[in-house]
Write a protein that binds this ligand. Structure first.
Ligand code: SF4
Ligand code: SF4
Length: 485
C-alpha cells in the first residue's frame, strides 16, 4: 500500500518500463507527420507526452548514472538528464497527470463520472523552463550516454529532441547560429551552405576515376557498381575530411572494388536538421535522397559511408520515408576487405605507431559497432592499440552531435577538450577516428592543447581509412606477384 505513494514507486513501474521499452533501433527518432492539420509539433506540455514518457518519469530511481555519463553535465553545462526526467515526473505529480498512464484514461473517467482532480493549468505548463532549462535543451549532443547508462531503460534523447521540435517548428526559438546551417541545408543541400558544384572537388588529382552513378547510368553500366560510396557533406566540403574521402577511395581502388558516388545528386542526409529539431528540413532532404537512391535501384546494392551520422540516419531512419537500404560503415567494410584478402597492406617504410581509437557515439553506442574498427586498425602495419578509459559503448562524445557542430559552446568547458585530454593521457602518438565530426572536434582539441601538427611534441589524428591507405597495395601491382606465386 505504501509503495505507490512513496519514492519507491519505481520498484513497481520498473518492470513495466523495461517490458514496454523502445524496440525500434536506438538511433531512430520517432516519426513526425507534418501533414496532419491538427498536429502539435514536438513536445511542449505534459499533454504532448505519451504514456510511456510519463511512465519513464515515474520509473526514475534517481540513481544518477545518466548524470554521471552525460558529457554536457561533466563539462559544467546546465543540462542534467536526471533532473530532467525527475522534473517531468514532478510536473506530472503536481498536475495529477499520472492518470493518463491508463490508456484511454480520459474516456474511462468520463464514462464512470470519476473526478480525476487534474489541474488543467498545470497540464498546459511548458516543460521547457519547468522541468529543464531552455539552454539545457540545446546543450545536448544526443550522444545517448544517458540512455545507455540508465538501469531502467529510460529514453532521454527522444524527449529532448521532441522539445527541440516544438521550439523550432512551433515557436521559432533556437540558438541563432543554427539559422545559417538550416538555411544551408535547405538551399544548398549541405549545412555549410557551399555550392553543390564543389561536392566532387575532393576527387581531383586522384590517380583513378571516381565515376558518378548518373554517368554509369547514362552509359548503361549501372550493373557494374559493386558499392555506392555515400560521401557525406563533411567529407565533401571540409578540407581535412576531404583527405579522408581520398584515402577511403584509395583503399577501395586498391582492393579492386567497383564503386561510384552520387556526386552533385547527393544531398545532406538531413541528420543535423533532425537532431536540431527541424524535421521539416530533414524530411525534404531525406525524401529527396530516398527518391534518388530508389531511382538508381540502390535498394539492391550496398551503400558504404565513412560518416556514422549518415550511416545511422540512412540505415535506421530512412525506412520511415519509404527507403530500405543496406548501408555499411567504412570501418566495417574495410575490415571485410582485409579479412577477405582483397585489401592487402605492405609494411615497408611504415612507421610504428601507438594508436588510441575514439569510438563515435553514433557508430558504437547507437549501432553497436566496436570490434571491426579495432580489427581493421590492428591489421595496419606498425599499429599498437591503446585504449582510453572511456571506450566502446562507454565512449565520451567529441561534442559535435545533435547539431552542436554548428553551435557555439559558451557554457562550461569544451567537450572536445575533455575528450582530447583523455586521448592524450594514454600517451598514444596517434588518435584514430572513424567519423568526420570527431575528426574536426579532436583536431581542434589537439591544436588547442598545443599538441596538433606543427607543435614541438605533435600528436597526429587520422581516420582509420588514412592509416590503411598509406600501406595499401594497389590491386594492379599485386597481380604479377600473384601470378609468380
Ligand atoms: S544524450 Fe548525451 S548530452 Fe544529451 S542528455 Fe544524454 S548524456 Fe547528456
Ligand atoms: S540513470 Fe535512469 S534511473 Fe538513474 S537517474 Fe538517470 S534516468 Fe533516473
Amino acid at each position: 500500500m505504501y509503495l505507490p505513494f512513496s519514492k519507491h514507486l519505481h520498484i513497481v513501474t520498473s518492470f513495466f518500463n523495461i517490458y514496454f521499452r523502445k524496440l525500434a533501433p536506438r538511433g531512430e527518432l520517432p516519426a513526425m507527420d507534418l501533414e496532419r492539420e491538427d498536429a502539435t509539433f514536438g513536445l511542449r506540455t505534459l499533454q504532448d507526452l505519451g504514456w510511456k514518457d510519463l511512465l519513464d518519469g515515474f520509473t526514475c530511481t534517481e540513481c544518477g548514472r545518466c548524470q554521471e555519463a552525460c558529457p554536457a553535465w561533466a563539462t559544467g553545462k546546465p543540462l542534467n538528464p536526471k533532473t530532467f526526467i525527475m522534473g517531468v515526473r514532478d510536473m506530472a505529480h503536481e498536475a495529477e497527470a499520472g492518470v493518463p498512464l491508463i490508456p484511454n484514461g480520459a474516456a474511462v473517467r468520463e464514462t464512470y463520472g470519476l473526478d480525476d482532480g487534474i489541474r488543467p493549468d498545470l497540464l498546459a505548463k511548458p516543460i521547457v523552463d519547468t522541468a529543464i532549462p531552455y539552454d539545457a535543451v540545446w546543450d545536448c549532443v544526443t550522444c545517448g550516454a544517458c540512455v545507455e547508462a540508465c538501469p531502467v531503460l529510460i529514453e532521454h534523447v527522444d524527449k529532448i529532441v521532441g522539445l527541440r521540435r516544438n521550439l523550432v517548428l512551433e515557436e521559432s526559438r533556437f540558438p541563432q547560429e543554427l539559422t545559417a546551417a538550416m538555411r544551408g541545408m535547405e538551399a544548398a543541400g549541405n549545412p555549410w551552405g557551399l555550392p553543390r558544384s564543389t561536392r566532387t572537388d575532393w576527387t581531383r588529382g586522384l590517380p583513378f576515376e571516381v565515376p558518378t552513378v548518373a554517368e554509369l547510368a547514362t552509359a548503361g553500366r549501372l550493373d557494374e557498381i559493386e558499392v555506392l560510396y555515400w560521401v557525406g557533406c563533411a567529407a565533401a566540403f571540409d578540407e581535412r575530411n576531404r583527405k579522408v574521402a581520398r584515402a577511403f577511395a584509395t583503399c577501395l581502388d586498391a582492393a579492386g572494388v567497383r564503386f561510384a558516388i552520387l556526386g552533385q545528386e547527393e544531398s545532406c542526409t538531413g541528420d543535423p536538421a533532425r537532431r536540431m529539431g527541424n524535421d521539416y528540413v530533414y524530411q525534404i532532404l531525406a525524401s529527396g535522397n530516398v527518391e534518388t537512391l530508389n531511382r538508381y535501384g540502390m535498394g539492391e546494392r550496398t551503400i558504404v559511408t565513412a560518416c556514422p551520422h549518415c550511416f545511422n540516419v540512412i540505415g535506421n531512419e530512412y525506412g520511415q520515408l519509404g527507403g530500405a537500404f543496406e548501408i555499411v560503415h567504412h570501418s566495417v567494410y574495410l575490415d571485410r576487405l582485409l579479412s577477405s584478402g582483397r585489401l592487402r597492406l605492405a609494411a615497408d617504410g611504415v612507421p610504428a605507431r601507438s594508436v588510441t581509437y575514439h569510438d563515435p557515439c553514433y557508430l558504437t553506442r547507437y549501432n553497436g559497432i566496436q570490434a571491426e574498427p579495432r580489427d581493421a586498425l590492428a591489421s595496419a602495419p606498425g599499429v599498437a592499440l591503446v585504449e582510453m578509459d572511456r571506450h566502446g559503448r562507454n565512449t565520451f562524445c567529441c561534442g559535435a552531435g545533435g547539431g552542436r557542430m554548428w553551435m557555439e559552446e559558451t557554457r562550461g568547458t569544451r567537450i572536445n577538450h575533455e575528450r582530447t585530454r583523455e586521448a592524450l593521457s594514454t600517451g598514444a602518438d596517434t588518435v584514430a577516428v572513424a567519423c568526420p565530426y570527431c575528426m574536426i572536434m579532436l583536431k581542434d582539441g589537439l591544436a588547442d592543447a598545443g599538441r596538433g601538427p606543427g607543435t614541438d611534441d605533435p600528436v597526429s589524428i587520422a581516420d582509420i581509412a588514412e592509416l590503411l591507405a598509406e600501406s595499401a597495395v594497389p590491386a594492379k601491382r599485386r597481380l604479377p606477384v600473384l601470378q609468380q606465386g
